[in-house]
Design a protein around this ligand. Sequence first.
Ligand SMILES: [Zn+2]
Length: 344
Amino acid sequence: MKLFYHPDQERHAPPSFLLRGRAVDSPEGPVRAEMLAGGLAGVGLALSAPAASDSERLRKRLARIHTPRYLAFLETIHARWSALPGAAEMVAPNVHPCGGGHHYPRHPVGQVGWHMHDMACPMTADSFPGILASAASAEAAAEAVLAGDASAYALCRPPGHHAGPDRAGGFCFLNNSALAAEVLRERYPRVAILDVDLHHGNGTQDIFYARGDVWTGSLHADPADFYPFFWGGANEVGEGEGRGANHNVPLPLGSDGAAFMAALEALIAAMSAFKPEALVVPLGLDAHRDDPLAGLALETDDFFTLGRRLAALDLPTVLVQEGGYPTAHLGHNLAAFMGGYIAA
Ligand SMILES: [Zn+2]
């Protein structure tokens, strides 16, 4: 299996974010990549860099899942923000168009509020190249599968599945998993995205909600009690041509591996009716019981079972790293997943 990580990804390294009204150390930093790479090395898997961290082709593909104004915002906002009198070093919103705005503002503060739906997406001067490099890793993994590999992995950080067509959220800026699906669509008419992260993949759902060519499914801690709070219910089934092509399985907080695997089977049954020809797995590892974002109670062995089950689907598959935050278990959880996936 080819595995991708671009060293420029570490340029996105915000030191803190706002949680429950307090500035706290960000759990979404370059140390995650070190831990994940260490876990892969432990099972004999090595990462390689995509040929480029930015290209015209990558930008054209991103424009199929994100709006032009949002892509321009991500690239230019730090410089425009920094020119404001009294601005902090990191871009952060302090106003939001709750209930929906009637016009798109020109002012940087208004645009930050428009494009960032929470306080978990601070950007520094070096963030944009790091964010773009993460997308480039997802693109490279998808291209490996297009070229005939059975599966490939992208160590994407920052992650992507909370990023929608026009906005960032939950540490996510560009939707790496949606990008991988778009690349697979260049060859496969029907692509499925099976999101196993602790959190609902609300950005991915948004991007494909009205499309019938990309099936989206997610199992996650119940958003009635958990981030992202406003999306992820079982009643969200898609709309228009996408009606029936979105499937959510919320789980009670604290659910264990057995409940998780039962939910996965329900999701796989729904996905199978769609008859996908290729698969993207937004691979969160934050459902582990000791993850600092604490929502579910999986053990390391459960990730082995998960990997084995997903490999048994026997579809051309792109594995895209999503969540999973620093603990002594993070690398082992990825190693366990890969062990199950490769053994299958
Ligand atoms: Zn997550």
